[in-house]
Design a protein around this ligand. Structure first.
Ligand SMILES: [Zn+2]
Length: 382
């Protein structure tokens, strides 16, 4: 199969924003040029879909690594290998997620991912976080919010940083929301001990995304509804890690039912929080400088704290379908349209529409990945 930014995918079941229909997909110069029956495309390499689903490529807002590599290695080759690994699982675009460490180290990690195919930008998971809800992150590198610390961290990377996670209860955190917005990034809540009231205030001040709902935050208690209770009915977009470990399958179902009932399923994004351990055999790996252990699909610190996942987004999709009785179209939106909207890339990515970038995934009926295409180029095929 010739590699080309022009490609004709024949006989697919096209997963479009208006439903699933049979047809072809013509790609020219890396963009979707036609959908439906394509009669005379000229000389274009063809790929037979043989009735498989053709969907937008998956987008993952929260990835630390994969296939043994970690973005904190600050190594462009390692970053390329991570992106390639996730593409094999249908993820054609991801945010390289940087964890708290020495500021220079964080900046080297940011520099290493610029221009890597499949990396849409950077998610800074900290360092303005609560030590009480550190999870697997190393609290020795957490910082109190300040204009000075923020400026030193992001200088020169403003256009690359897409999401910044912070704890809204920290003194100065509300001022940080405006600083984050000013560089065009999404202010996101996470690793937080904030009360329901504190989270609500932050959401009213412009915070508009909540990372891994249920994890490293105040949970939903009937007398203390916490971050979960504030996030769910808000307008914020929400991440969930549907590995069956980070949150109970029934919690995924509950969140889906709640959002669907409000016509707000468009706010939900599945993420992997994948570490270097994703795609690897049981053993010891790293998350930043911390040693993590993969055993039977769970990634933990030595003390048992969950430390990211070994999940891939295709598995996340299949799990969510099973946990929450999602329709095909619903499930697809959670890994395509919804994360694209968080990044302000709707129209460009995350939907099978004419004019959009040809980042695509070919799926078998059981939602395993058959092939992935980025910019009209076949990047993985099984
Ligand atoms: Zn994470």
């Amino acid at each position: 199969m010739e590699i080309s930014a022009n490609l004709l995918i024949r006989n697919a079941r096209l997963v479009t924003p208006t439903g699933v229909r049979e047809g072809d997909c013509l790609i020219r110069d890396g963009r979707i040029a036609a959908l439906g029956e394509v009669k005379s495309p000229g000389r274009v390499p063809e790929l037979g879909a043989e009735g498989r689903f053709l969907a937008p490529g998956f987008l993952d807002l929260h990835v630390h690594g994969g296939a043994g590599g970690d973005f904190m290695d600050a190594d462009p080759d390692a970053a390329r290998a991570i992106a390639r690994f996730h593409a094999q699982h249908g993820t054609t675009g991801l945010l390289s997620t940087i964890v708290p460490g020495p500021v220079e180290r964080m900046r080297r990690a940011m520099a290493a991912v610029i221009g890597v195919p499949g990396i849409l930008g950077i998610h800074l998971e900290g360092p303005f976080l609560s030590p009480e809800k550190a999870g697997a992150l190393d609290p020795q590198w957490f910082l109190p919010p300040s204009r000075d610390a923020f400026g030193k961290l992001v200088a020169g990377f403003e256009s690359q940083i897409k999401v910044i996670t912070f704890a809204p209860e920290l003194p100065g955190a509300l001022d940080l929301i405006a600083e984050i917005g000013a560089i065009g990034a999404v202010p996101a809540i996470g690793h937080t001990a904030a009360t329901y009231e504190q989270v609500t205030v932050a959401l009213n001040h412009g915070a508009r995304h909540v990372i891994h709902l249920g994890n490293a935050m105040t949970g939903l208690h009937h007398r203390d509804p916490g971050c979960v209770g504030a996030a769910l009915p808000s307008g914020a977009s929400i991440e969930l890690i549907p590995d069956g470990v980070h949150v109970h399958p029934a919690f995924v179902h509950l969140v889906v039912e709640f959002l669907r009932g409000r016509g707000a399923l468009h706010r939900l994004c599945l993420v992997t929080d994948a570490t270097a351990a994703a795609g690897m055999p049981d053993g010891n790996y790293r998350l930043g400088d911390r040693e993590v252990c993969l055993q039977r699909g769970e990634v933990r610190l030595a003390d048992g704290t969950l430390a990211g996942s070994a999940l891939t987004l295709d598995q996340a999709l299949r799990n969510a379908v099973q946990f929450a009785n999602l329709s095909l179209e619903e499930s697809m939106s959670l890994v395509t349209t919804n994360p694209a909207r968080v990044l302000g890339l709707d129209g460009e990515l995350g939907a099978l529409t004419v004019g959009a970038k040809a980042d695509l995934v070919l799926l078998n009926p059981n939602l395993t990945v058959s092939a992935a295409v980025r910019g009209g180029v076949l990047v993985s095929q099984s």
